[in-house]
Design a protein around this ligand. Structure first.
Ligand code: EPU
Length: 441
């Protein structure tokens, strides 16, 4: 059933929205649960298609899982793993599942994991993941599109990453928890999701220090030192950043609850510079509003704590109506301006040259038929459509469903005129059921 979102823009958003658990954290915690024998439980799990794919991946490996939608928890019993193969069919549907490679090498000393390949936003190589595991003593062969990894022993060592890759840092951390001696990752990724993974692993009995800095040391422990745990995932900073942009875009005013504001410091400072008013209400809530026309801004995406690439497209949507010319530079991915042609359909004035975009603010955008090319580009079109004059129809919304729990329900609660409908018979899809149909669960 092909679903689309229809938005009639121009409504000021008002009210409170609560942020879900972080997709990019929970997927890695699920892989980490494979390291331990016994039943681990993860709370604050968002209801997303990516979570279901990850459940399928770890079930394929023999883990038993139970997803309690009401409680928003997942239970994973990895006592008996019966396979070390993650199939192309699943890994190609979601790149993040490649992180089971490190967990399998750590736990089983063997893994056969499909290479994820590139995707809409860029080539997305995995060479640092592979070099990191090789440095630990893993023998790796690439055959028929699969990484075949085998290790007699894993011995801790110093690993330097050319780029602070999130996925490579995670795969190396997961593999080295059960290695002999100390592994030191230099130029490690510092994202909050890395800290969450380290906290999860340490609660399980691992010995990891320095997560959140550029040097992480993992002191290997023995399998019998690990125990299953219960753990609550951090809030999704990118979802929060999307709602911040939406309040600002519609000149609305609202409270965003269940967030860690210090995960969004750089983004918040840029939005404030543009003219938004962002106030801390309490340690996990902020109030966002905007009364005046935004001002143009210059942005360069960087690894954390720099400006997040995942929020670049939201900032671009805001820049399309700001006063003056904004320069936006995407420095992480080769192809992360997929929203540009869609925003142009809405009247945006954007000139793109390689990884730079010159955005000349116009007075307002107008609704159009739009296509979500990937998750974050898709979300930025929702933000643009919410502030545009008239009706927008967004197609290919399965991309958006990968990362935003109950998107149209949350926006509806804030006063947006938004519906999800089936293209086949134009029927409105029932609200309040989450992103997943019963057959997917
Ligand atoms: N890179 C390499 N070789 C490697 C690994 C990475 O060249 O071995 C390059 C990539 O091609 C990319 C850059 O390094 O140009 C950064 O990639 P990184 O490995 O840091 O990203 P990732 O782990 O694949 C995660 C998030 C992304 C987010 C990036 C950057 C998950 C599941 N995904 O990807 O999130 O954009 O970090 O912060 O955690 C999203 O949620 O929509 C999303 C794409």
């Amino acid at each position: 059933m092909v679903q689309k979102i229809r938005i009639i823009g121009g409504k000021q958003l008002k009210g409170e929205v609560s942020i879900s658990g972080a997709k990019n954290a929970v997927l890695k915690l699920m892989a980490a649960a494979l390291l331990v024998k016994g039943e681990s439980k993860i709370y604050n799990v968002p209801e997303l298609t990516d979570v279901i794919i990850m459940l399928n991946v770890i079930e394929q490996l023999g883990a038993k899982t139970y997803y309690d939608k009401k409680e928003k928890s997942i239970t994973i019993d990895a006592t008996n793993l019966t396979s070390v193969t993650a199939s192309y069919e699943l890994v190609s549907r979601m790149r993040a599942s490649f992180v089971v490679l490190g967990a399998l090498v750590g736990r089983c000393r063997e893994a056969v994991v499909a290479l994820p390949g590139g995707c809409a936003i860029g080539e997305r190589k995995v060479d640092f993941h592979i070099r990191g595991l090789e440095a630990l003593g893993t023998n790796i062969k690439i055959e028929n599109g699969y990484v075949h990894a085998k290790a007699k022993k894993l011995i801790g060592t110093d690993i330097y990453l050319d780029i602070p890759s999130v996925g490579a840092t995670e795969n190396i951390m997961l593999a080295s928890v059960l290695a002999e001696g100390a592994t030191r990752i230099q130029n490690a990724a510092q994202e909050p999701e890395i800290i969450d993974l380290a906290n999860f692993l340490n609660a399980m009995g691992a010995d990891i220090i320095g997560a959140g800095t550029s040097e992480i040391v993992i002191n290997g422990v023995k399998q019998e030192n690990l125990r299953p745990i219960e753990y609550t995932t951090i809030p999704d900073r990118i979802e929060a950043g999307t709602y911040m942009a939406a309040f600002i875009a519609t000149k609305g005013k609202g409270i965003i609850k269940n967030i860690f504001p210090n995960h969004l410091t750089f983004y918040t400072s840029k939005l404030t510079k543009m003219g938004a008013d962002i106030k801390l209400i309490d340690p996990t809530s902020i109030e966002v509003s905007c009364k005046k026309r935004l001002e143009a801004i210059n942005i360069i995406t960087q690894p954390y704590p720099g400006f997040p690439t995942d929020l670049q497209s939201m900032a671009m949507s805001l820049a399309t109506v700001a006063d003056g010319v904004s320069i936006i530079t995407e420095s992480l991915y080769e192809n992360r301006f997929m929203q540009v042609p869609e925003l142009r359909k809405m009247g945006a004035d954007i000139h793109q040259e390689r990884n730079h975009a010159l955005v000349k603010g116009v007075k307002n955008l107008t609704g159009a038929n739009l296509r979500a090319s990937d998750l974050r580009a898709g979300a930025s079109l929702v933000v643009a459509a919410l502030m545009a004059e008239g009706e927008s129809i967004i197609d290919n919304i399965f991309h958006i469903d990968r990362g935003y729990e109950l998107l149209e329900n949350k926006f509806k609660m804030l006063g947006a005129d938004i519906i999800r409908y089936s293209e086949d018979d134009n029927s409105i899809i029932s609200q309040g059921k989450g992103n997943l149909s019963e057959s997917q669960l």
